[in-house]
Ligand binder design. Structure first.
Ligand SMILES: [Mg+2]
Length: 333
């Protein structure tokens, strides 16, 4: 138990992240600035903040898991554009109850997740916080000169697709709030950023639009449709991919609302020209991409831009008591 001072924390940072020059970064931690030489093409840059009590609770996870999750949710934004992660900056505000052991675990989880995607920390900052921990991460990623995947390219008639399975994060979050340990709670705490799949979609020129799903399929699809010129979309509930653990839950309407609108999936949402459906299927059958076609982009219509259809053809309503359109109780951000 010790109050943290900046010099001690920086020693931990230097020990875990290293201070030697890196390929593409001739100067890293230790000077006033890092120096990077991003090379040809474009650099994707994204930043995000996680605040204790709002985005995470120390009681729910180990320090290592919190560090890992911080890296993963930020990597997911690079994945959404098809960028190849390169460098990271980490700014932390630490409360006085943070121990050296906790800080070590956190830094290790953060670095391990980044390094598994080829990304290295080149700098950051530390301050003291009065009451709650907070972390701000800035990530950079490499893109070809022609740019990355955007939200704005979806066309009427395009197939609406998602990677992986949906709902695990939100169902896991509900388990955690109810004090239940479950496999899905683990999925909430340790999401998998789809970094390689994003790069594949960009390389194959398969997606007309792409973004990561952080706030739930319904809301993020709405954002994509709005960015693409105000289209609508139909989603088939029966085509939404579920994990084996989610499939074991009772498929009540609230279950489906959690899956469709809950958030914390960190899968990719993308649209594909129907002429490329065979190529999409080939990538899936070759095992290089896990993705499902769950609906279609349609012409603008009045009412909610996203309509969800049950397997029997009747409409499924995302709103009920406690469920506001585009913002469920699980949808915290
Ligand atoms: Mg995002």
């Amino acid at each position: 138990m010790a109050i943290f001072d900046e010099a001690r924390f920086i020693r931990l940072v230097e020990a875990r992240f290293g201070t030697a020059p890196l390929p593409g970064a001739p100067l890293t931690i230790g000077d006033d600035c890092a120096l990077i030489a991003p090379g040809p093409g474009l650099t994707a840059v994204t930043t995000d903040t996680m605040v204790e009590g709002v985005h995470f609770k120390r009681a729910w996870a180990t320090a290592k898991q919190i560090g890992q999750r911080l890296a993963a949710v930020n990597l997911s934004d690079l994945a959404g554009m098809g960028a190849e992660p390169t460098f990271a900056l980490l700014s932390v505000s630490l409360t006085h109850d943070v121990t050296e052991g906790w800080a070590k675990g956190f830094l290790d989880g953060f670095a391990t997740e980044l390094e598994s995607h080829g990304c290295r920390v080149v700098g950051g900052n530390m301050t003291a916080a009065p009451a709650a921990l907070s972390f701000t991460v800035t990530l950079m990623g490499r893109l070809p000169k022609r740019g990355g995947l955007l939200r704005s390219g979806a066309k009427v008639g395009d197939l609406v697709c998602v990677t992986g399975t949906l709902g695990d994060g939100a169902l896991g979050y509900l388990d955690l709030t109810a004090g239940r340990k479950s496999a899905l709670a683990g999925r909430y705490l340790s999401p998998t950023p789809r970094v390689e799949w994003g790069q594949l979609l960009l390389r194959e020129r398969l997606a007309t639009a792409c973004m990561d799903i952080s706030d739930g399929l319904a809301l993020d699809l709405e954002r994509m449709l709005a960015a693409s010129g105000g289209h609508s979309a139909r989603i088939d509930l029966g085509k939404i991919p579920l994990s084996p653990a989610a499939r074991r839950r009772e498929p009540t309407d609230d279950f489906w609302r959690t899956v469709v609108a809950g958030g914390d999936d960190y899968e990719l949402l993308f649209t594909v020209n129907p002429r490329k459906e065979a190529r999409l299927s080939r990538l899936v059958s070759e095992g290089v991409l896990t993705a499902s076609i769950i609906g279609r982009v349609e012409s603008p219509r009045s009412g909610a831009p996203v309509r969800v259809i049950r397997p029997d053809g009747t409409p499924f309503s995302l709103s009920s008591a406690g469920w506001l359109h585009g913002g469920s109780p699980v949808n915290r951000r």
